[in-house]
Design a protein around this ligand. Structure first.
Ligand SMILES: Nc1nc2c(ncn2[C@@H]2O[C@H](COP(=O)(O)OP(=O)(O)O)[C@@H](O)[C@H]2O)c(=O)[nH]1
Ligand SMILES: [Mg+2]
Length: 318
């Protein structure tokens, strides 16, 4: 058994190994998970969580690394979480990311962690926010969450962030891809990276058009900015930071930050509760009960809605 309170104190004091241990406990769904989460709860809420999404190769890791440098210059403690929702192992795609982040490896003000979430109990929606909580409690003022995969899981991760940054690059057919993946609905800030390549202006224009940024909006609405960057040379990164700060200030003033966090917490509670209920269905008693109900539905003795009501009543009785 781990001394959770000691571990949390060490993490708070900035010991990277303690932070790593805590994330491992969380990731491994340790029996001490509840104890860990209870110890962390009063220490959380201080971090600003920024999600970075976009197709593979667009420059998320390079941008993340450049953002870390910028935030470190401003004296902020930074956490980086690279999440790969498609793989059960944190190898492969994340390896290159580690190389791109290596310049920060010896900086005690930066925590970098990669996690793979497939095959997780409760999946992505469950694992990533808990790791974010650990980084938050450890005193990270800014947490950058990079998603390695594409598609729906990316959108899910974006929902864990206070601010979502969507990255595109010229010449990747990104416009259409982005629309397909639905990521054009989630961006608070858009970045056209690899602006050193041909077509960056065209990509920015196309994006501007697709987002309907030329159209008028209600006063007080957030208008997502499009920032051009050359992440590999850290060009435009200060503008990204500025856009993030602006978005954060707008969210605070408009009450959106509190709203988003409350919605996130509600989703988290729901996921945990549903996971617990599903686990109960798997219990011997519940399983037999379910089999009995299924037989009745097959026979036409019961309709599936009535059967489901019965199951829910049974599961929540004890
Ligand atoms: N030309 C150019 N290449 C870049 C730029 N930013 C990143 N790259 C390169 O693009 C490749 C993919 O970058 P990476 O950050 O790993 O992308 P990710 O998969 O989105 O995390 C790497 O070889 C980077 O060096 C840029 O601004 N311009
Ligand atoms: Mg990457």
């Amino acid at each position: 058994m781990v001394d959770v309170d000691q571990l949390v104190r060490d993490a708070r004091d900035g010991r990277p190994r303690a932070v790593a241990r805590l994330i491992s406990l969380v990731e491994g769904a340790s029996p001490q998970l509840r104890e860990v989460m209870a110890a962390l709860a009063p220490l959380t809420g201080g971090a600003y969580v920024v999600g970075l999404t976009g197709s593979p190769g667009v420059g998320k890791s390079t941008s993340t690394s450049a953002l870390v440098t910028a935030y470190r210059k401003a004296g902020r403690r930074v956490g980086v979480l690279a999440v790969d929702p498609s793989s059960p192992f944190s190898g492969g795609a994340l390896l290159g990311d580690r190389v791109r982040m290596s310049e920060h490896a010896s900086d005690p003000g930066v925590y970098i962690r990669s996690m793979a979430t497939r095959g997780h109990l409760g999946g992505l929606a469950w694992a990533a926010p808990q790791a974010i909580r650990v980084l938050d409690a450890a005193g990270c003022e800014v947490i950058l969450v990079e998603t390695v995969g594409v598609g729906q899981s990316e959108v899910e991760i974006a929902a864990q962030a206070d601010t979502s940054v969507v990255l595109l690059a010229p010449g990747m057919g990104d416009g259409i891809q982005a629309a397909k993946a639905g990521i054009l609905e989630i961006g608070d800030v858009y970045v056209v990276n690899k602006a050193d390549r041909d077509g960056a202006d065209a990509t920015a224009r196309e994006l501007n058009h697709m987002l309907g940024l030329g159209e008028s909006r209600a006063p007080g609405d957030w208008r997502p900015p499009i920032v051009k960057t050359v992440a590999a040379r850290a060009e435009g990164i200060d503008e990204v930071v500025e856009a993030l700060e602006k978005h954060r200030a707008w969210m605070e003033a408009a009450g959106v930050l509190a709203e988003r966090r409350a919605r996130r917490a509600a989703g988290e509670i729901e996921t945990i509760a549903l996971t617990a209920l599903r686990a109960r269905i798997g219990d011997v008693h519940g399983d037999q009960h379910l089999a009995g109900l299924a037989a009745k539905v097959v026979d036409g003795a019961l309709d599936p809605y009535a059967a489901a009501d019965e199951l829910v009543a049974e599961l929540t009785r004890a």
